[in-house]
Design a protein around this ligand. Structure first.
Ligand SMILES: Cc1cc2nc3c(=O)[nH]c(=O)nc-3n(C[C@H](O)[C@H](O)[C@H](O)COP(=O)(O)OP(=O)(O)OC[C@H]3O[C@@H](n4cnc5c(N)ncnc54)[C@H](O)[C@@H]3O)c2cc1C
Length: 391
């Protein structure tokens, strides 16, 4: 039986306030330099300071842990604004809050929360979350990095790939495979927290990517990385469930970035077409609109629909209700739209769309990650279909 939930569409004053503050910050400080950071492939430390001042490095964490105590709806609205301005900076904020810090918040001990969250939430350092490996992404349960207990320490060996903030983080959450339990219990995945500089945690190759140039992505090599038992997050052997919870929440947030990319593309499309209406032969007074007008109208409609899906999933999460299927729906629709919107709008630009001076080519290059990271579109379809076909 399919269920439809009714939601209150009115944003609360605190939602509107953080949305306004983030938009102002983006228009004042991020948009003027986003293309420069993209071209230079440099990590935007100057902008990190602005994020820190606004509290955007601790959006969803209570004030007692240094955060600003906002809900997931706020998180999504912030990420839409950041995604509209610079999808690379938005990814830094999303992965820092939604993956690394949130894993510690959801599954960590009180001591770990007190030790690490204030440093992350106030922006003393950035966080990274390392699950993916050269031979394990979608199938997270098949990671090969090992953690063996030597009686005193866990000893980690293996490699991680495509870790966001891999080379710039101060705190890392790392997933590793632990030996089979004699009773066969657990899923054999354990999560660890560790700090930059720990002997055996080596920063590997920095990935040179098609887009998201201002987001740091690096490999990690774990060579006999020794961690005491108090660095285990949650229960040893049982981290797989926590990983899935972290990813479900991350998918709601990451939808905001995708919607931001689509919105930025639409806005650029409108700016381009408006003074050229005659050239595009747009006659909104006639039925059967085609060409540029149709592209813009369809994109505007799909952006509204994707935003409603995202806000629905975020509201369910905030209300403590089940939201996994809705998170996947929001991620699937918004990720595909993030790619479609700049693709369609670039068609309107003609040769100018190929110039690095055209912002839409950056959105086009940045967008593709959003159908891949935190679960590809195919994996979202798999999750949704499992919900639909469950007994
Ligand atoms: C810029 C960037 C940043 C990233 N940041 C992080 C990070 O911070 N931390 C981290 O841990 N990871 C990160 N990742 C990794 C990302 O989460 C993985 O790339 C993603 O989960 C897909 O895994 P994979 O690359 O191994 O692809 P694969 O799992 O090898 O998938 C390849 C293709 O097969 C499809 N496929 C796989 N399984 C199935 C199935 N069962 N049914 C149907 N189709 C299937 C996939 O959809 C995909 O199209 C990042 C990736 C990028 C590009």
């Amino acid at each position: 039986m399919l269920e439809w939930a009714v939601m209150d569409f009115k944003l609360k004053p605190e939602h509107l306030e953080i949305q306004r503050k983030t938009r102002e910050f983006c228009e004042r400080e991020v948009m003027p330099v986003a293309a420069k950071y993209d071209k230079e492939e440099a990590f935007p430390w100057e902008l990190i300071d602005g994020l820190r001042k606004l509290g955007l490095l601790g959006i969803i964490f209570p004030k007692e842990y240094g955060g600003i105590g906002l809900d997931t709806v706020s998180f999504c609205l912030v990420l839409e604004e950041l995604g509209r301005a610079d999808a690379a900076l938005a990814l830094t904020v999303e992965s820092h809050n939604g993956l690394c810090s949130n894993h510690i918040y959801l599954a960590g001990s009180e001591e770990q929360k007190k030790k690490y969250l204030p440093r992350l939430a106030t922006g003393e350092c950035l966080g990274a979350w390392a699950l993916t490996e050269p031979a394990a992404g979608s199938d997270a349960a098949s990671i090969q990095t090992t953690a063996a207990f030597d009686g005193k320490h866990w000893v980690l060996n293996g490699s991680k790939t495509f870790t966001t903030q891999g080379s710039v983080a101060g705190i890392y959450v790392i997933m590793a495979r632990t030996p089979e339990l004699a009773n066969g219990g657990g899923t054999n995945i354990t999560a660890f927290v560790c700090e930059k500089g720990a002997p055996g945690l080596e920063i590997g190759k920095k990935e040179i990517k098609m887009g998201l140039h201002a987001s740091d992505t690096a490999q990690l090599h774990l060579n006999n990385l020794k961690l005491p038992p108090e660095q285990v997050i949650g229960k040893p052997w049982k981290a797989f469930r926590d990983v899935m919870r972290v990813l479900d929440g991350g998918r709601v947030g990451i939808s905001g970035i995708s919607i931001g990319i689509a919105r930025a593309s639409l806005e650029e499309g409108i700016k381009w077409v408006k003074p050229r209406k005659a050239e595009f032969d747009i006659r909104p007074d006639l039925p059967g609109l085609s060409g540029a007008g149709k592209i813009l109208a369809d994109l505007a409609t799909e952006i509204e629909a994707a935003r409603l899906l995202m806000l629905h999933a975020a509201t369910l999460l905030d209300n403590g209700e089940k939201y996994s299927k809705e998170a996947s729906m929001a991620k699937l629709m918004s990720g595909e739209l993030a790619v479609k919107a700049p693709t369609m709008v670039l068609d309107l630009f003609g040769p100018y769309g190929a110039s690095l001076d055209c912002n839409v080519q950056r959105y086009f290059r940045d967008s593709k990650l959003y159908t891949i990271g935190e679960g590809s579109s195919q994996i979202q379809e798999l999750i949704i279909s499992r919900h639909l076909l469950a007994d």
